[in-house]
Design a protein. Structure first.
Length: 219
């Protein structure tokens, strides 16, 4: 099964997890787009939908799915999103698409988090994928120096601005053996909006598309 087919398969599997009346949060990315398409095809009656990015909002609305502001919905039942990497405990690296801050907010507001990936994203230790850090623009160089002190090699994502008006540093060469501790440490650096480690907001269930079908991984 090629990667495109895996994304379609896991998107459909995720759509099947959404019950009628759900208060749903939706993530960002190419795999999530397949989930949105499958959700629209199912025609689930949803109580509300909250989006993690402008791109996701546009796709949802294109299917006639109304998008609500999280400030008006209260807590959500379910959040569905992809990941750039996920380990055996459900900790993730996210933010390859640059929506990490809004994704983390919606994940925190949700009772349950289902991560949808292809099996290449399931890893033993996080860190092969460059770790995104959203940074207030004036703090970019300062935060980059702090990343070097942590053993990382930061790279400015040139020409990219987040939906929040900030910039991204992609940090390589970090082996993330204690995701929660490193998440807290980086988040404490002045100028950091958030880091793309999802340790506190980890997944409860991963749906991983393989050559043999979609595998369920519970935590």
């Amino acid at each position: 099964m090629d990667q495109d087919s895996k994304k379609t398969a896991v998107g459909r599997a995720a759509a099947a997890e959404v019950p009628d009346g759900c208060r749903l949060g939706v993530g960002t990315g190419s795999t999530v787009n397949r989930f949105i398409d499958a959700l629209a095809e199912r025609g689930v009656a949803l109580a509300c939908v909250v989006s993690s990015s402008e791109a996701t909002t546009t796709r949802l609305q294109g299917h006639g799915i109304a998008v609500s502001d999280l400030n008006s919905t209260g807590d959500l039942d379910l959040y569905i999103d992809g990941a750039d990497e996920i380990d055996g405990a459900g900790h993730m690296i996210k933010g390859g698409g640059g929506a990490l801050t809004r994704e983390k907010i919606v994940a925190a507001a949700s009772r349950r988090f289902i991560c949808i990936v292809d099996d290449s994203k399931v890893v033993r230790v996080l860190g092969d994928f460059p770790l995104p850090v959203e940074v207030i623009p004036m703090a970019r160089s300062y935060v980059a120096r702090q990343m070097v002190k942590l053993g990382g090699l930061p790279e400015y994502r040139e020409g990219f601005v987040t939906d929040n008006g900030n910039v991204i540093l992609d940090v390589r060469h970090l082996d993330i053996v204690d995701p929660v501790r490193l998440e807290d440490r980086i988040n404490s650096i002045p100028g950091v909006v958030t880091v793309g480690i999802f340790g506190h907001q980890k997944a409860h269930l991963t749906l991983a598309a393989t050559d043999d079908g979609v595998r369920r991984i519970e935590y």
